[in-house]
Design a protein around this ligand. Structure first.
Ligand SMILES: [Zn+2]
Length: 129
């Protein structure tokens, strides 16, 4: 669903490992999506959406991640989209597209969800905040 708008202030810190596939957040996200049988696809977005969307949720629940998103940032986009699924399942999309203020609020909520998930995984792994 929806546009993933991210200001630079919402970006997570880069994690240390050089191989992003081993990051705890990514492994945690893999567990969540596999357990729920969710499909996550990284692919090239069509030219008209390429610039505007980092991630999308299709009506069948498949999460698409724009392949142009840097690898280190893809987990954040995935967690953001999971936030939409968790928080905005009953969102009126007509209203969403017509109300800029609502869009900003909804996107900020998904960003906050993603950040909380990062924080929680970090805390669980390292006992750090
Ligand atoms: Zn979004």
């Amino acid at each position: 669903m929806s546009e993933t708008r991210l200001g630079i202030d919402t970006w997570p810190d880069r994690e240390d490992s050089s191989d992003y596939r081993e990051w705890p957040i990514r492994q945690h996200l893999n567990r969540i999506t596999m357990k729920r049988g969710m499909k996550v696809v990284v692919e090239a977005f069509p030219p008209e959406t390429k610039e505007r969307y980092l991630g999308l949720i299709s009506p069948d629940g498949t999460i698409y991640i724009n392949e142009d998103v840097p690898n280190w940032f893809k987990p954040f986009v995935l967690a953001h989209e999971l936030g939409h699924l968790q928080l905005h399942a009953n969102l009126d999309m007509t209203l969403y597209y017509s109300d800029k203020q609502m869009q900003r609020r909804v996107e900020a909520e998904a960003d906050a969800f993603s950040k909380r998930l990062y924080k929680w995984v970090r805390w669980r792994m390292y006992g750090l905040d």
